[in-house]
Design a protein around this ligand. Structure first.
Ligand code: TGC
Ligand code: FAD
Length: 367
């Protein structure tokens, strides 16, 4: 799989193309919903699943992104909170990558603060047993190609946030639009879009039965944030490998390779150290997650730290390429642009600082 996507990457990134067959091929390899037991999923450990994200992210964060949404955010949500009927209906097809998912939490006016969301589910005025959902979600990975959209909305009856599985094929014309967001300057090999719902009829049976409030989406995010933390080390390792190769080949001053200079070696030493420490931290949290002992704050800690360090090191390693860093042939600029996104989605680094600050002091600093 890494070789397969590496071969199509340059053109995909330039043209902002995401071939949905990639998810089908990932499904054939058993990479989707890897930690789920049954339904054709691998039933792998969290550590093994983290190593998968690392290998995929080494190629490009966009491919890990598509995989994370399918696996952790949508399949993970259905496995954790879905009815038996929902699990039987969606998980086997999603495990094969034949049915694609998207996760709609962020709204145009509510990103870091999803608790203030405006998307509303109310009784359908004419269709018995149906709800009518209206609202907009933005910056949604895979929304333009998703068959099933896990949308979080306020349930009018209680005012609480609930999860709804919206099947594109069942939405009457004009009630669901998923326009792509084009011309991104990062994560260009991943597809991103909006979800626009206009009195969309959704069967009551498609609502997650029990989970209420932000615990629903945040439980899914615990696994996805863990995957990002692990994945970061793969992206950083690719930056290191590319920089090392370049520094050994490129000669300046008396025919010396750049790798001979101490300033260049220091940059590599810092990056290799952070990649190793980040990997070890992710493995440890993965082991604790396997034992059911990982607290969400541990995941915030490694998501924030691994993303920030990967971005910082990638930016510094980029300097070693001089002017060539500006050419996409060298790949380092692509990682830097991607790594800004990874430090931003699933909770910005600053938001994770506040989650940690709240745990340390007991004082809520968000508002
Ligand atoms: P807060 O009071 O903290 O919590 C509300 C309820 O949620 C529960 N909870 C959690 N449950 C499980 N796991 C966690 N990590 C949880 N964190 C909180 C909490 O116990 C409480 O439950 P209950 O039953 O008492 O109601 O809520 P808040 O509104 O104060 O939250 C503040 C804050 C900033 C921490 C939160 O809003 C936050 O994390 N914001 C960041 C938003 C975010 O991460 N968005 C992600 C969108 S999805 C995405 O980016 C996908 S990109 C995918 C890709 O392409 O790879
Ligand atoms: P804002 O919340 O407006 O934050 C802007 C800045 O203000 C940030 O620096 C933030 O840290 C800071 N800030 C905000 N509040 C505070 C505070 N209280 N104190 C201090 N600083 C604060 N979302 C989904 O639901 N599903 C997806 O599949 C998905 N995929 C994405 C794919 C891409 C390519 C991108 C770019 C985003 C994606 N997102 C997705 C959205 C992502 O989760 C949000 O962008 C992110 O949560 C931040 O929200 P925001 O962009 O609205 O920024």
């Amino acid at each position: 799989m890494p070789e397969r996507v590496a071969n199509i990457l340059t053109e995909a990134y330039r043209a902002e193309i995401y071939d949905k067959k990639i998810l089908e091929e990932m499904g054939e390899l058993g990479l989707l919903g890897a930690t789920i037991n049954g339904y054709g999923c691998a039933g792998a450990s969290n550590v093994a699943s983290g190593l998968i994200t690392k290998a995929v992210e080494r190629v490009d964060s966009g491919y890990r992104s598509g995989m994370s949404v399918q696996s952790s955010l949508v399949m993970g949500g259905i496995d954790e909170f879905g009815t038996q009927e929902q699990k039987d209906k969606f998980l086997p097809m999603m495990a094969k990558g034949k049915m694609l998912g998207a996760f709609g939490l962020t709204e145009p006016n509510h990103g870091s603060d999803p608790g203030s969301m405006e998307t509303l589910a109310k009784p359908h005025p004419t269709k018995k047993g149906y709800l009518s959902i209206s609202g907009a979600k933005t910056w949604i990975t895979n929304s333009p190609i998703a068959d099933v959209l896990l949308v979080w909305a306020k349930y009018q009856e209680t005012g609480k946030i609930r999860g709804f599985l919206i099947e594109r094929k069942d939405c009457p014309p004009g009630t669901l639009e998923t326009p792509p967001i084009k011309n991104k300057n990062g994560l260009r090999a991943s597809l991103t879009g909006m979800i626009q719902l206009d009195e969309c009829p959704v069967p009551e049976a498609n609502m997650f039965p029990d989970v209420e409030g932000l615990r629903g989406p945040f439980t899914c995010l615990n696994s996805a944030r863990f995957g990002i933390a692990f994945g970061m080390t793969g992206a950083l390792e690719d930056c290191i490998a590319r920089t090392r190769t370049y520094a050994l080949e490129r000669k300046q001053f008396k025919g010396n390779p750049l790798a001979k200079y101490q300033l260049v070696q220091k940059k590599l030493a810092d990056a290799v150290t952070d990649a190793a420490m980040g990997t070890l931290a992710a493995i440890q949290v993965g082991r604790l997650k396997d034992e059911g002992k990982a607290a969400p704050e541990m995941i915030s800690m490694i998501k924030r730290e691994n993303c920030d360090r990967a971005l910082r090191n990638a930016r510094i390693l980029q300097e070693v390429f001089g002017g060539n860093a500006v050419s996409d042939e060298y790949g380092i600029g692509r990682h830097v642009a991607n790594l800004f996104v990874t430090a931003t989605y699933e909770g910005t680094s600053d938001i994770h600082s506040l989650i940690l600050g709240r745990a340390i002091t007991g004082i809520q600093a968000f508002v």
